[in-house]
Design a protein around this ligand. Sequence first.
Ligand SMILES: [Fe+2]
Length: 359
Amino acid sequence: MRLRKIPIDFLWEGLELSGDIYNDRGSVLLLKRGEVLTQDRLDKLSKFERGGYITTSEETYQEILNSGKAPRAALQRVYEEAVGYTALKNDVDSIFSVTRNASEINMEATETVTKDIFTKIKVLDFPKIFQCIDAPREMDENLQRHSLNVAFTNGVIGQWLKLPEPMIKKLVCAGLVHDIGKTKIPEEILNAPRRLTEEEFEIIKAHPVYSYELLWDNVDEDIRLAARHHHERLDGKGYPDQIAGDEISLLARITAISDVYDAMISQRSYKESMIPFDVLEKFKKGEFPGLDERLVDLFVKNMVANYRDVKVQMSDGRIGVVRYIPPNDLNHPIINCNHDVSQTDDKWYCVCIANQTGK
Ligand SMILES: [Fe+2]
């Protein structure tokens, strides 16, 4: 019998096992079919299997996965492993820690990750990429997730703009390194679990210049400038150089949009995460002044088109499919849920993007 590996945190108290449970290697029978899991048994499993995995039959594995009861964070992790997002996240994490310790960017590693992302953008479907981008995240992985997400979003926008491949690669790379200057900001300010004081915000505002400086002279100047200018605004009200209009490159303008999108989607210490439809409505209403309006229009239009038919988790716990997003009411999409088609409102709304492969 073929056994499947499954993380222990997929199991829950009260689960009646439809199949036997074995250890990580499948060599020792731990629990028999028909047994009901108690918290005590779960604790023992975790203690016994330090790697955090057990094995079981394909049928039991599928049953657990499709029960809708496995913790969402655990499901998301497995999904991200399948898409290859986890490996990329770890690569980005190591690029950032090397930079933090050595004050130098490993460009070879950065270029390898850039190529990987570029390849994934070409072969992966939009919902798969955005299920990873839009996922709730832990505070301590914010910087690497954000960098990776901006790299992906930059690349996707580059494709929508039908830019030549070398340009899309530059966009992906710029997304990866745009915030690398944050490695020079003290962590107690960067991860402060509250709103920043004006003084602290001034310190944070130095990060685009640090990013620019950390990228050596031999790194493409377009990439360096995109990093330096991703907080500049067309009205001249951005930072650090307060340049305006045409002085801001296309790469920097695109990176600014990806940056704002991911910042809105993510949960920060001082704000809750938002769902994509709410963020897109804000973009459309012009709530982020100084962005390139033509690019914002293109971004919103394509995001809306691509979110059609994507699976979402609803506030009542059910899984629905986005059927239509009204152009003048982007944050109230029409959802098909168990053959019942309704528009979302304050009482019934989308909580997050659901696993695209099953429940
Ligand atoms: Fe930034």
